[in-house]
Design a binder for this molecule. Sequence first.
Ligand SMILES: NC(=O)C1=CN([C@@H]2O[C@H](COP(=O)(O)OP(=O)(O)OC[C@H]3O[C@@H](n4cnc5c(N)ncnc54)[C@H](OP(=O)(O)O)[C@@H]3O)[C@@H](O)[C@H]2O)C=CC1
Ligand SMILES: O=C(O)C1=N[C@H](C(=O)O)C[C@H](O)C1
Length: 236
Amino acid sequence: MRIALLGYGKMGKIIERVALERGHSISIKADSKTTTLDFSKTDVAIDFSLPSTAVSNITSSINANVPVISGTTGWLDKYDDIVEHCNRKNGAFLYASNFSLGVNIFFEVNRVLASLIANYPDYKLNIEEIHHTQKLDAPSGTAISLAEDIIKNSNYKNWTLDEDEDDSDAIKIEAKRIVDVPGTHIINYNSEVDAIEIKHTAHNREGFALGAVIAAEWIANKKGVFNMKDVLKINE
Ligand SMILES: NC(=O)C1=CN([C@@H]2O[C@H](COP(=O)(O)OP(=O)(O)OC[C@H]3O[C@@H](n4cnc5c(N)ncnc54)[C@H](OP(=O)(O)O)[C@@H]3O)[C@@H](O)[C@H]2O)C=CC1
Ligand SMILES: O=C(O)C1=N[C@H](C(=O)O)C[C@H](O)C1
């Protein structure tokens, strides 16, 4: 498969190595200096760029009739527009806030835990995410996915980064930035008598990259809008 890398930074470079190891070739390595994208020799595009460039990269891929997956976070206010554009153009698009198998299993555990605890208001919830200091967005896309899944499975109504927020319907998310941390997410339910905590720690970026290449292989001949549950078939 000929893969366009839309974003050739920390993730783009690891995805390149994983893709070559799996027998693919790289047709485009786009970065901040790239002015035009020629998709004529591309089968599938993988966008890991910036919050400010993801929408344009995804749109260009769909317009060129190239299936595209995106792992870029921090642009989701435009997600519905992209879905509408993809469906109108009969394209193929997949977004995941986190492509690693481990986090997608963690998402399932989080949903079950949220629904189990929903009827016990003594437990107060806190989400913590820790990432490297170069990260542009906060909270992380993964923390937003975790919070949205909890909202669907509990009485919480929204989430906030404001630690002084007085709204008991809001899930508090704490975003910490520490040098070189690839990505850690902690869900903590605390009561007067005990605490229940689940945690996912990425030791490096390999899991994100492998998941992205597997998703690109999966979407290559499809039409529609998908997510990682479609690819991994966890819990089916
Ligand atoms: N979903 C997931 O599993 C994961 C998601 N991410 C997300 O992926 C994104 C990228 O992460 P990471 O690789 O660490 O970030 P980096 O900052 O290391 O890389 C971003 C890359 O995007 C390039 N870029 C800038 N403008 C454009 C453009 N117009 N078109 C294409 N590329 C462009 C930059 O170019 P230049 O090098 O010239 O500056 C750079 O190469 C982030 O949003 C991050 O949150 C990260 C890990 C996992
Ligand atoms: O920016 C990163 O590095 C990461 N971003 C994603 C996110 O925002 O959740 C996924 C992973 O945690 C690494």
